[in-house]
Design a protein around this ligand. Structure first.
Ligand code: COA
Length: 139
């Protein structure tokens, strides 16, 4: 998981994660496998009050554009639907809004997710010139 995420973090396509971070949050991850090979990963980050962020979505080269990424996000939505207490909102900041919109997410203002802004966005060099689109799925 770390290797896959690292390869995209180097290209600034996902935020970097550390081994400790993955260990501590392993229960929030869903992975896709082809036999023994890990080919995709995604995680759901809780923010409180029923809000969750889709983060660390990555699919291995050679497995892209065949629906793996979409299925990973779909599986996170399934998890969110069966949570207790119930999840109310699953959101993402993404350069691939179409992928999410095809799964029922709608465009949103990132200001709807202040906890995300305080934890990640304010540290980002692109804060005032953000090239990501906010999308949300209201449950
Ligand atoms: C972004 C990423 C996770 C997508 O994974 P993927 O497995 O290729 O995703 P999918 O196969 O489900 O969808 C990819 C493309 O396949 C096509 N596709 C897949 N399912 C489709 C369907 N049912 N109908 C039409 N087109 C479809 C689309 O062109 C789609 O691209 P779009 O959503 O931008 O329009 C992958 O490219 C990746 O790892 N990128 C680097 C890391 C990254 O950018 N992560 C952040 C993502 S927010």
């Amino acid at each position: 998981m770390l290797k896959l995420l690292d390869s995209y973090a180097k290209k600034q396509q996902v935020l970097p994660r550390t081994a400790i971070d993955l260990q501590q949050n392993i229960q929030n991850f869903v992975v896709a496998r082809d036999g023994d090979k890990l080919v995709g990963v995604v995680s759901l980050r809780p923010y409180g009050e029923g809000f969750f962020e889709v983060r660390s979505l990555a699919v291995a080269h050679g497995y892209k554009n065949v629906g793996v990424g979409s299925r990973l996000v779909q599986e996170l939505l399934n998890r969110a639907r069966s949570m207790e207490p119930p999840a109310v909102n699953v959101f993402a900041l993404t350069k691939r809004p179409h992928l999410f919109q095809r799964l029922g997410f709608r465009l949103a203002y990132r200001e709807r997710f202040p906890a995300k802004i305080w934890t990640d966005c304010l540290l980002c060099p692109k804060y005032s010139d953000c090239d990501e689109t906010a999308v949300e799925y209201r449950l």
